[in-house]
Design a protein around this ligand. Structure first.
Ligand SMILES: [Zn+2]
Length: 269
């Protein structure tokens, strides 16, 4: 599940693979960039902003940024020149950036666009503070969340305009660990700052590895408390984990009805 940590790791893969290199060829396989040729450009750096990837390039006198978003299933991989592009089917290739030392291949990418680097705000300007950014601002994230106190906390945490990097997995796990019912209005969440700090710690703890562990265990099947565990027993209390689909963007929510009880009985899920 590509969330902030996965995207941060992916940015590192591109940084290690092609930063400092000159593109000998670019091969875009999306209609909007079919005519784009970045050959001759130097890869300046690879960065992430929430769940967005920014590959910054110097192309003649221009500074350009190749923007991409992984959404649910996108990925970037690097290969040695001439090596087969394993891992994903060829028809999912959206772009290949060739250098003398490596080829960076983007599979099933979304929102692929080239913008001027000084106009990156056009693609990421709407984002709230980046949980894994050097400029992470917890106070600003709390302020943005709190601006809509009636909104369900589960939806508010996913809204990248509030804070950038949380997806379904970290949403579900953070709410479980704080014992918060997913439909609790933001204004009723006790210690919103503590909740935000926990989410930031969970994402940070998985930087540098592809495992998204929130339980402390890196073993397969033991990595999460509630995420994708519907019908299974809660690791804390044994109650059956619930699952509900809906809300903004039709996202799936997992929760333990005993560990995360509804505080006020206003409707029920
Ligand atoms: Zn429980």
């Amino acid at each position: 599940m590509p969330e902030g940590d996965t995207v941060w790791n992916t940015a590192q893969v591109l940084q290690r693979g092609i930063a400092g290199e000159v593109l000998t060829r670019s091969d875009f396989r999306v209609p909007q960039l079919a005519a784009t040729d970045l050959s001759g450009a130097t890869v300046v750096e690879s960065a992430s902003r929430g769940k967005h990837l920014l590959l910054r390039l110097r192309h003649r006198d221009d500074r350009l940024t190749l923007h991409s978003h992984l959404r649910m299933d996108g990925a970037w991989r690097t290969f040695k020149p001439g090596e087969p592009w394993r891992g994903r089917p060829a028809h999912l290739v959206r772009v290949a950036l060739h250098t003398q030392v490596a080829v960076a291949v983007g599979f099933h990418l979304h929102e692929l666009a080239v913008v001027r680097t000084d106009e990156e705000h056009r693609v990421v300007g709407h984002l709230g503070p980046d949980l894994l950014g050097a400029d992470w601002d917890a106070g600003e994230a709390v302020r943005r969340l709190g601006a809509k106190p009636d909104r369900a906390i589960a939806d508010a945490l996913l809204d990248q305009r509030n804070l950038a990097g949380i997806g379904n997995l970290y949403k579900a796990e953070t709410l479980f660990l704080r014992g918060i019912w997913p439909w609790t209005p933001v204004g009723d969440v006790p210690d919103l700052a503590g909740l935000v700090a926990l989410a930031q710690r969970l994402l940070s703890s998985n930087k540098g590895r592809w495992t998204q562990a929130t339980t402390g265990s890196l073993r397969k099947g033991e990595q999460q408390w509630v995420f994708e565990r519907a019908g299974k027993a809660c690791r804390r209390c044994g109650t059956t984990i619930n699952r509900w689909t809906g809300g903004d963007h039709d996202r799936i929510t997992y929760w333990c009805p005993s560990c995360q009880p509804e505080a006020h009985s206003v409707g029920s899920k």
